[in-house]
Design a protein around this ligand. Sequence first.
Ligand code: GRF
Length: 210
Amino acid sequence: MSLRVAVLVSGEGSNLQAILDSVHGRDGIEVVAVASNRPDARGLERARAAGVDTATFEAGEHPDRAARDGAMAHWLEERGVELVVLAGFMELLTPGFVRSFAGRILNVHPSLLPAFPGLHALQQAIDYGARVAGVTVHFVDEGVDTGPVVLQESFSLPYAAGIAEVEHTAHALEHELLPRAVRLFAEGALTPDPDNPRRVLVREGADVGH
Ligand code: GRF
């Protein structure tokens, strides 16, 4: 098994760190590129510390977002990237980029999709008065947090919980689910259900972490 992985980050990069710590360099999985839309993203430092190639693609430095995404796709393709992982990448990717890596982009989102897509998902869940929250890893399509679900887990949302506590719980779950999804992809254990392309079949026995 071998898989060349790229991770896109905009900020802290704790999910990138979880991937570097738990799947990078194991069983043929290699993080070969980390890109950001922001030069100050801490995730870039984490990548450099792990000896991974980095680059910044700021929207403002290209004529438009499609051109920026095209340059980023080109940079990833040059490195032979087979899977793109969005780990706190806070911009929408244009359809051309999604098509370049169709079925090969994963995202992690801190809600039980389709509930609370978009920004500030945990705060949305708290404000709504939801009793459970969760984390979803999904394939990326051209919509906002709409692609087929790969892994999803819930946790209870205590009534008085503050955002910091809830973020802590969600992050811990993200750090477990996202590397697990990368490993499943590398094993070829994820396939679209031929009867319903919205559904992802996980090969039986493959998801040992569950
Ligand atoms: C995560 O909560 C992710 O779900 C959201 O942005 C956050 C990124 O955290 N989209 P980090 O940069 O991986 O620490």
